[in-house]
Design a protein around this ligand. Structure first.
Ligand code: ADE
Length: 240
């Protein structure tokens, strides 16, 4: 998979290809990260990429031309068409299913990071396929959201995680929250590891985990349960 990130702060985004699981995946050649600074196509002595908003008001708006030039350069760098996604607070809230689909369908993704008050709407209309948001809060720019997209996609790539089905076991992979996890020691500060996990009985442990995942989702995110499709093995659990 190849990600091209258009950003005024490439140094902020690059570490996603240098650290942890995603760093290792980049080393293994499972994905490539390329960054493009639109300032290269900015105008004047300061290579400006922003200007005041028409109609007045505070802040600055990212201009059409430098972003269009950066996207054209992305297109020239690799002939395969890229899906162009802008990261903005106005976008569709990010969900695991969107990322899964992106990984399955798209070998190339261009991520456009907004800064300042936003991006000239005409560029979004002309060159962007979709707008995605990290959530209902405002960040200083789209970079953290772009990194979240890359990280969450990369862990879905075959071979990115050590254990073959770790991604399948991830929280949200089935639309539920994850169960609780414990490690040694068995007792600490008067708190014990749940006895089921010590039985060594694989089927019982799996059942306990599933029940915990369901219970937590019920308590913390009933909205997820409303959309969840139970598997055959869940029927008995739901009856309990
Ligand atoms: N840029 C600023 N806030 C954002 C958000 N919540 N999601 C994506 N990009 C953003």
């Amino acid at each position: 998979m190849r990600f091209d990130v258009i950003t005024l702060f490439p140094e902020l985004v690059r570490p996603v290809a240098e650290c942890g699981v995603t760093g290792r995946a980049a080393e293994q050649g499972l994905f490539e990260l390329h960054t493009w600074n639109p300032r290269r196509w900015g105008t004047g002595v300061h290579q400006a990429v922003d200007d005041r908003p028409y109609g007045g008001g505070p802040g600055m708006v990212m201009q059409y031309a430098p972003l269009a030039a950066a996207l054209a350069a992305v297109g020239e760098a690799d002939p395969r068409p890229a899906r162009v996604i802008a990261l903005t607070p106005q976008g569709r809230p990010l969900e695991q299913a969107m990322l899964r689909q992106l990984v399955q369908q798209q070998p190339r993704v261009a991520l456009l990071c907004g800064r300042y008050e936003g991006i000239d709407e005409r560029l979004l209309e002309a060159a962007v396929d979709e707008e995605w948001s990290l959530g209902d809060y405002v960040l200083s720019g789209g970079e953290l959201a772009a990194m979240a997209v890359i990280d969450a996609c990369v862990r879905l790539l075959p071979g990115a995680l050590g254990h073959a089905d770790s991604a399948a076991q991830d929280s949200f992979s089935e639309g539920l929250l994850d169960c609780p996890h414990y490690t040694r020691p068995e007792w600490i500060d008067g708190r014990a590891v749940p006895a089921e996990l010590l039985t060594g009985h694989h089927a019982r442990i799996e059942r306990w985990r599933r029940r915990e995942a369901l219970g937590r989702t019920w308590e913390r995110r009933p909205d997820l349960l409303a959309r969840w499709i139970p598997g055959v093995e869940d029927a008995a659990l739901l009856d309990e």
